[in-house]
Design a protein around this ligand. Sequence first.
Ligand SMILES: [Fe+2]
Length: 213
Amino acid sequence: MLLSIENIEDVLRLEFRKQVVEPGIQDAVTFLRRWSYLSSQVVRLHGAALARIHIPDIQYLLAEIAYGECGSGNKSKIHSKLLLELINQSPNAQLITQQIDPFLAQFFEHTISHLSQMSQDEAIGFIVGLEAPAYDILHLLKQSFIAVDIPEIDVLQSEYFIIHDAVEKEHQQSGHEAIEIIMANGCQLSKIHKGGDYAINFLITMVGNTVVV
Ligand SMILES: [Fe+2]
């Protein structure tokens, strides 16, 4: 079967759904703790991937995603800060903001190193994989915030979710632009798939319930 890049995104999204969404979040505190950590570190993944990219149009797209994560020129709107503001509305905030398991922090560092050595096409695939389940993750986050006793209305009206509901649409838009550029530059789909698989397994380890900590 010939894989198209849209197929690759669908395959990656399905894998995330099977491993994380379908089993459901058993422990909202742990999920939010891990996501908060990942959110505070995610631009390092964009940066490591960017270091591998030779094509200026794709450099631009990656820089744009990272710039958005960093608040689009407004330091107080850094996404991980907005997330923390919402976390602090929970009676469990102290528990959520505890440090993550050292194994996961180490695993994150290992992923950065590995990503820094990927080929360009694999690094593109990694970012495609990282973005593929974005809507699913936003949904899991909403459920988790409600589970840690933040009223649903406050969750939905929080700056974090208002910005993300809009931003994720832009990310998807950049994703489609990226696909066109990737195809025009003859990138290898098998390598993109490989990098994407790596990203999905990374996400599953970071926020799935399969790891016993
Ligand atoms: Fe974000």
